[in-house]
Design a protein around this ligand. Structure first.
Ligand code: DX5
Ligand code: ZN
Length: 230
């Protein structure tokens, strides 16, 4: 098999990434447009299969619709696969994704999966549950474009940030080459964003702290301000 393509380092960093699992499904386009107007460029799409995590969430129709809004404005669609057989889903989502992360815990062949993501034309991310030893990352560095370090056990929005994640971010940033971005996902709100950024996070994913408020644009802008000041 030929070596998969490689990609330049992610642009647009640092970025606060609205996570669309908490958007209003009946107003999704309107909310994405408003966040684009406010400067958001990386939109996070959570995919859950009810097996790897105890919830069912967004599918290809959502990714496709979001990509149609986001890509013409220079934005990226970041698909986070929380599914038991991620290899199957890469091909389904790749046409509507610019970045795809897969969980190291979900498949015995994460190196191969990362290569399949790149071969499908997307930047490849390795996602780590809070209990996963960081040693999993080192052998896979060449195959990845970003690490998704979970701040909660995946499955639901609105959970509290696990504070040990800050130490994990610091440790990851020390071993990651500069071209590999560091994402933090889960529990990231106004009380966490600056600390996570200071610990090295480049992509800060946030669902309920943006969409769970009365004014998602203002909540997004506040997170951006905190990240910029950190
Ligand atoms: C959690 C998902 C997260 C989720 C974050 O399983 O992977 O992306 O959307 O939600 P909040 O920001 O509310 O913790
Ligand atoms: Zn996610």
């Amino acid at each position: 098999m030929p070596a998969p393509p490689t990609f330049p380092a992610l642009p647009l960093l640092p970025a606060v990434c609205p996570s669309l699992m908490s958007a209003d499904p009946l107003r999704l386009g309107e909310q994405v447009d408003a966040l684009l107007d406010a400067g958001a460029r990386v939109f996070h799409v959570d995919v859950m299969d009810g097996r790897f995590v105890p919830n069912l969430m967004l599918g290809t129709a959502t990714a496709r619709a979001v990509a149609a809004l986001v890509r013409p404005r220079g934005g990226l669609v970041d698909v986070h696969l929380m599914v038991g057989r991620p290899g199957d889903a890469i091909g389904w989502f790749a046409p509507h994704a610019d970045m795809i992360s897969v969980h190291v815990e979900a498949d015995p062949h994460p190196h191969q999966l990362l290569g399949e993501i790149r071969a499908a034309g997307c930047r490849a991310g390795l996602a780590l549950n809070p209990g996963t030893p960081l040693d999993a990352v080192a052998p896979l560095l060449d195959a990845m474009d970003y690490v998704n370090c979970m701040g909660v056990n995946p499955g639901f929005a609105g959970q509290s940030f696990i504070h040990a994640t800050l130490g994990r971010l610091t440790a990851l940033r020390e071993v990651l080459p500069a071209r590999v971005a560091l994402q933090v996902d889960g529990g990231v709100g106004p009380s966490v964003a600056a600390d996570a950024r200071a610990c090295g996070a480049d992509l800060l994913v946030s669902a309920s702290a943006i969409f769970g408020t009365d004014d998602p644009v203002a909540a997004y802008a506040n997170l951006v301000e905190q990240v910029a000041a950190a």
